[in-house]
Structure formats: structure tokens, C-alpha cells
Design a protein. Structure first.
Length: 271
């Protein structure tokens, strides 16, 4: 492929639009790290992989894996790949959208779930998903009011973790919390004004007194909007609210950092 203005190039670039993604049921995966994970066994169906000659020589394992999963591998000039995506780094893929049902996730008896409520920033959402993967979470839930997980910036921010664990898109927060609690998970809301200190909870893992959350139990963490956190009605849905201690003079932590700390605390407690 040599023409950056070709219809196929325009069709790939158009996947940056949510309406196009919704209509086609596919999304764009950009860059070698994310595409490498997309073509791994067990990932969603990969339709096409576009790669420059130089990138194909640099990442032969990606090309081989793409062919192994039945994807069409097409060579394009650097101008073509740049026209498809400014973040291509010589490799992009068109992949079926991901998405699991909450009921299906709960049948697997998850021990750690991250719930994103009203999270609108795609970079934050993707970073939390990546942190959840690293901390050993079993699933991530993005409520109806949160960003589309297939947003290109969200996908890039996951660095391939999007393909490692189930992602449940679209439930309303009360419905998600109710289902998680019914499945035996303790629902904890992360909030700067939380009634429990995270460090104190780590001190009593496995022996928490009555009324104090035990992080060794299966847990669903609820994280709120970047700017205003969780609303009062959202906090009221949780079994308890938890704050991350601030030892220095920082006014607060950003969403992704706070989520990472909370998820790793649960991951440690579960060990």
C-alpha cells in the first residue's frame, strides 16, 4: 500500500470515531506493544495488521503471530501508516471489540475487581486498567457514564493490558455494585474523605474487627471521576469508604495513582 489517501487508509483512520467503531464492531490498536498483545492466542479476532517493511523486519514475531491467528498482514509505506495513525510506530491492527458480561465474570468467582464510575479521561481509564492487570485483578468494569474503552487513547494507555483481563462495559453503577455484592465481594469506594485509612486496613488483614473491611476478602474497588471523585449517592452504595494516606504535603493523588495503590493493597492482602 502506497497511497495515504486510499479508501482503505481512510477506513482505518475513521476508527478513531466512536460512531464508526460502533457501526463496524471493530477498533484500532496502535504500536508494536499493543499489537503484539492483540495477536496473542486468546485475544479477540484480528482482521488486519498493517505494517511497514522496516517494522516487519524489526518485529517478525508480530507478523508471524498475526498470520497464525488468521489475520491479513498488509505492508504499507511509512506515509500510509502515519495517515492511519499518528501513533502507529509502523504497526497497527483492526480488531474486534472486547467486552465481557458481568454475569459471566461473576461465574468465575473473582477476588479483585476495579469499577470505574464516571471516569471520562481516556488516559486515566487506560492507566487504571493497566494497573488492575499488573495488580492481578480479575476484571474491570466501566460504568455507562465512563469513557469508551475502545477510545484510541484508552487503548494506548493500557499498553496491551486490554487483552489480558475481562472488561465489562456499560452497566449502571447501582446495578454493578448490587451484582458484585450479591456475588460475595466487599464493595469499597476510594475517596479522599474515606472513613478508613488504607494503611490501617493493611495492618489488620485477616483479623479485621467488626465493622472494619478485611482486604483479604474478595473486593470490588470503586473509583470515581478525575475532577470530583464519587458523588454522595455513589459513596452510599459502597460497604465502606477508604482513603489513601497522604504523608507529605500533596493535596491529593490523581485517579490512576490512587487506584494503583488500592489495587496493589488488595493484591498483597490476597497473597
Amino acid at each position: 500500500m502506497t497511497n495515504p489517501r486510499a479508501d482503505r487508509v481512510k477506513a482505518v483512520r475513521a476508527l478513531a470515531s466512536r460512531s464508526v467503531r460502533r457501526r463496524t464492531g471493530t477498533f484500532l490498536v496502535e504500536g508494536p506493544q499493543a499489537v503484539r498483545e492483540a495477536v496473542a492466542p486468546g485475544s479477540p479476532r484480528v482482521h488486519d495488521v498493517y505494517v511497514t517493511v522496516d517494522a516487519a523486519a524489526r518485529y517478525p514475531e508480530i507478523v508471524a503471530a498475526a498470520r497464525d491467528v488468521g489475520a491479513r498482514v498488509r505492508n504499507g509505506t511509512p506515509d500510509v501508516l502515519d495517515a492511519m495513525s499518528a501513533d502507529a510506530q509502523g504497526v497497527v491492527a483492526v480488531v474486534d471489540q472486547v467486552g465481557a458480561g458481568l454475569d459471566d465474570v461473576l461465574t468465575r468467582r473473582p477476588r479483585l475487581v476495579a469499577v470505574l464510575a464516571h471516569v471520562r479521561d481516556p488516559g486515566n481509564a487506560g492507566t487504571v486498567l493497566r494497573a488492575a492487570d499488573a495488580a492481578g485483578a480479575d476484571a474491570v468494569v466501566l460504568t455507562a457514564s465512563s469513557v469508551d474503552v475502545h477510545n484510541p487513547k484508552t487503548v494506548r494507555s493500557t499498553a496491551g493490558s486490554l487483552f489480558h483481563l475481562p472488561v465489562v462495559p456499560g452497566p449502571e453503577l447501582p446495578d454493578a455494585v448490587g451484582a458484585l455484592r450479591s456475588a460475595g465481594l466487599t464493595v469499597l469506594a476510594a475517596a479522599g474523605s474515606g472513613e478508613h485509612d488504607l494503611d490501617d486496613l493493611l495492618d489488620v488483614v485477616g483479623a479485621a474487627p467488626a465493622g472494619v473491611p478485611d482486604l483479604s476478602r474478595p473486593t470490588a474497588w470503586v473509583f470515581g471521576n478525575e475532577a470530583w471523585g464519587l458523588r454522595d449517592e455513589d459513596l452510599a452504595l459502597a460497604d465502606a469508604t477508604v482513603r489513601v494516606p497522604l504523608r507529605g504535603r500533596a493535596e491529593s493523588l490523581n485517579l490512576a495513582t490512587a487506584a494503583t495503590v488500592c489495587l496493589y493493597a488488595s493484591g498483597r492482602a490476597h497473597r
